[in-house]
Design a protein around this ligand. Structure first.
Ligand code: FES
Length: 324
């Protein structure tokens, strides 16, 4: 066991769980299982959910739950070591040990599985993780599904062994053996009754986005681990945020986020990634014209205009009213 990890969890934010196993799942990927140290049941979750792992610095990283959704006592996540990352995955790989306690936030789900008669799952690398419980759910329901799973090499692709039993529903296509995934052909065959769920690196998601242009917007659901490139904000002048519950008003200047402005008014909003990918800071919008800058909402979600991710999104107009 390594030095005890302080379970730095924001008050009311989450749990402190024990690492009960840490095993290699592929080259550069470890699978962690986490349980409550008292043996208590863990909060329920649905396929597509993620949790925050709280680092000793107090920062957090988000990882998809990829274990058995019906096991009420265990969470499992798969963690890819990211050599160019900010150090979170390196700490998990190198320092976090079986027996340690680690702070957890969530679970939350911004990538839920909606009912459908058919699914096409497209995974790139570690993007397989949120799709594993979706596959289990689809299988349990007897729904028609297919998985196309790409990665650099076979050795770098996690959880392949768990997919072997599904035989021809699963296509494992390492790039060094098969080249890039044949997305154009694959998605040209998709009909309007199929939901496409895709998770992986940004170039894969962008390519799938393009290849799904002929489908209704709700046909494709993606989850990004990294923020989508955004242009400049629509507005480069200050705007006002009114807090609907208290009537307080704060000014948001171009150099600060709505999250920072709201916090400066003494209102706490939970946040995690602060780059518009995790969904933690989702806030209900009561009025205003939004400049959505997150990597979460689809076209319909943006058009609805009733929520925003205050760590990145802003206003187009002079004033927003938030349910805070
Ligand atoms: S903190 Fe992650 S989306 Fe805002």
């Amino acid at each position: 066991m390594s030095a005890a990890v302080p379970p730095r969890v924001d008050p009311g934010r989450g749990l402190s769980l024990r690492v009960t196993s840490k095993t290699p799942a592929a080259d550069g990927v470890v699978a962690l299982t986490l349980t409550d140290p008292t043996g208590a049941r863990l909060p329920d979750w649905t396929p597509g959910s993620h949790i925050d792992l709280i680092l000793p610095s107090g920062e957090s990283r988000q990882y998809s739950l990829c274990g058995d959704r019906w096991d009420a006592h265990t969470y499992r996540v798969g963690v890819l070591r990211e050599p160019g990352g900010r150090g979170g995955s390196a700490w998990i790989h190198d320092e976090l040990a079986v027996g340690d306690l680690v702070g957890i936030g969530g679970p939350r789900n911004r990538f839920g599985l909606v009912p459908s008669s058919r699914y096409l799952f497209v995974a790139g690398g570690i993007g397989i993780t949120p799709l594993l419980p979706m596959i289990a759910a689809a299988d349990r329901l007897g729904t028609d599904w297919r998985l196309v799973y790409g990665g650099r090499t076979r050795g770098s692709m996690a959880f392949i062994d768990e997919l072997a039993g599904h035989r021809d529903r699963v296509s494992v296509l390492p790039q060094d053996e098969h080249g890039l995934l044949p997305l154009a052909d694959l998605l040209a065959e998709v009909d309007a009754d199929t939901r496409v769920y895709c998770c992986g690196p940004a170039p894969l998601l962008d390519a799938v986005d393009d290849a799904c242009a002929h489908l209704p917007s709700q046909a494709l659901r993606t989850e990004r681990f990294a923020a989508r490139e955004q242009g400049a904000p629509v507005r480069d002048t200050p705007f006002t945020v009114a807090l609907g519950r208290t009537g307080t008003e704060v000014e948001v200047t171009p150099d600060i986020t709505v999250l920072e402005a709201v916090r400066s008014a003494g209102v706490e909003v939970l946040s995690s990634c602060r780059e518009g990918t995790c969904g933690t800071c989702e806030t209900t919008v009561l009025a205003g014209d939004l400049d959505h800058r997150d990597s979460i909402l689809d076209e319909d979600g943006r058009a609805a205009g009733d929520c925003m991710f205050v760590c990145v999104s802003r206003s187009r107009g002079d004033r927003l009213v938030l349910d805070l």
